[in-house]
Design a protein around this ligand. Structure first.
Ligand SMILES: [Zn+2]
Length: 79
């Protein structure tokens, strides 16, 4: 999200884009997952629009892919 948008919750405030970091644990290893959303400066609602949701889904996919690659590499190391 690059443009300030009107808040869909209260209709008065404006949304400020934020990026938070969530830690996800997969197979006992933790990964930092950036989480995109926006906060309203009036009602302080946290909203994720379609762009944010897509970006979050893409980043989650990327991490899952990385985990899969690591697992494949481990299998290759030990024949
Ligand atoms: Zn609001």
């Amino acid at each position: 999200m690059t443009v300030l948008q009107a808040c869909p919750v209260c209709g008065q405030g404006h949304l400020t884009p934020q990026v938070d970091t969530n830690t996800v644990v997969i197979n006992g290893k933790s990964y930092d997952l950036p989480c995109h959303f926006a906060i309203c400066n009036t009602c302080e609602s946290e909203v994720a629009d379609t762009d944010d949701a897509c970006e979050n889904a893409r980043l989650m996919k990327e991490i899952r892919q990385r985990v899969e690659n690591e697992m494949t590499n481990k299998l290759k190391e030990k024949p």
